[in-house]
Ligand binder design. Structure first.
Ligand code: 13P
Length: 252
């Protein structure tokens, strides 16, 4: 099928400036010329420009963790898609569960953010996932269905051609609990099937779906071996250059 694995490092609101720049340089040294795997880091807004300068002409792409839907104006603290592009980013996270749960991004806003990212020619990494309560109530697939339908219904396959999807079960994020490779594979296969219903099987077959939630060097290989897991979106373990590099190597 030839889906190139893609590993994202979501730095969230971690690291002071110096540590972030050291990490970027360290990653460049370890991964700058790795082929066959796509690596992307998602530093905080103030670090985007210097991180992209450090990673220029390396194999590591830089993305933002969020964007504001408006292009410009009186939106204090907002950061537009064009601003993100202008500092060297190629990617942007859309609908991360922390945006959804902490900042109140609902399905409607996530869908608008996805459109704005696509219009700005940023590659969106659209995040979906169920909470522990939803999983325990047997609602995993209905939650994912709602999130996918809301985000993708408005788009043609051409518009979302370069999009990456990230399945991040909320109960596995930052908790040390990881979905087993079988649990994750079951959901990934379902997601691909659902996307196939929405946008066609040709599109679904080339769509890369990352798994996220306590991915570490010790569990990455097992997850990445699954046929429908095409990469990982890594939080905590991406803050250490060697552990992130190990996960990238596991994807190769
Ligand atoms: P952890 O790897 O720290 O669980 O975070 C996952 C995540 O939210 C990546 O976006």
């Amino acid at each position: 099928m030839g889906r190139t694995p893609t590993i994202g490092g979501n730095w969230k609101m971690h690291l002071d400036f110096e540590a972030a720049m050291t990490l970027a340089s360290d990653l460049r040294n370890r991964l700058g010329s790795v082929r066959g795997v796509e690596s992307i880091v998602f530093p905080s807004f103030p670090y985007l420009r210097p991180a992209s300068q450090r990673l220029r002409e390396s194999a590591i792409a830089v993305g933002a963790q969020d964007l504001h839907v408006e292009a410009q104006g009186a939106f204090t603290s907002g950061v537009s898609a064009e601003m993100i592009r202008s500092v060297g980013c190629t990617h942007v996270l859309i609908g991360h569960s922390e945006r959804r749960s902490v900042f109140g991004d609902d399905d409607g806003l996530v869908s608008r953010k996805l459109s704005v990212a696509l219009e700005a020619d940023l590659i969106p990494v659209l995040c979906i996932g169920e909470s522990l309560a939803e999983r325990e109530a047997g609602q995993t697939f209905s939650v994912l269905e709602r999130q996918l339908n809301s985000a993708l219904r408005a788009h043609t396959t051409g518009a979302v051609a370069r999009m990456i999807l990230a399945y991040e079960p909320v109960w596995a994020i930052g908790t040390g609990l990881t979905a087993t490779p079988e649990q994750a594979q079951e959901v990934h296969a379902w997601v691909r099937g659902h996307v196939s219903g929405l946008l066609g099987s040709e599109y679904a077959e080339q769509l890369r779906i990352q798994y996220g939630g306590s991915v570490k060097p010790s569990n990455a290989a097992g997850l990445l071996l699954q046929p429908d897991i095409d990469g990982a979106l890594v939080g905590g373990a991406s803050l250490n250059a060697e552990s992130f590099a190990e996960i990238v190597r596991a994807a190769r």
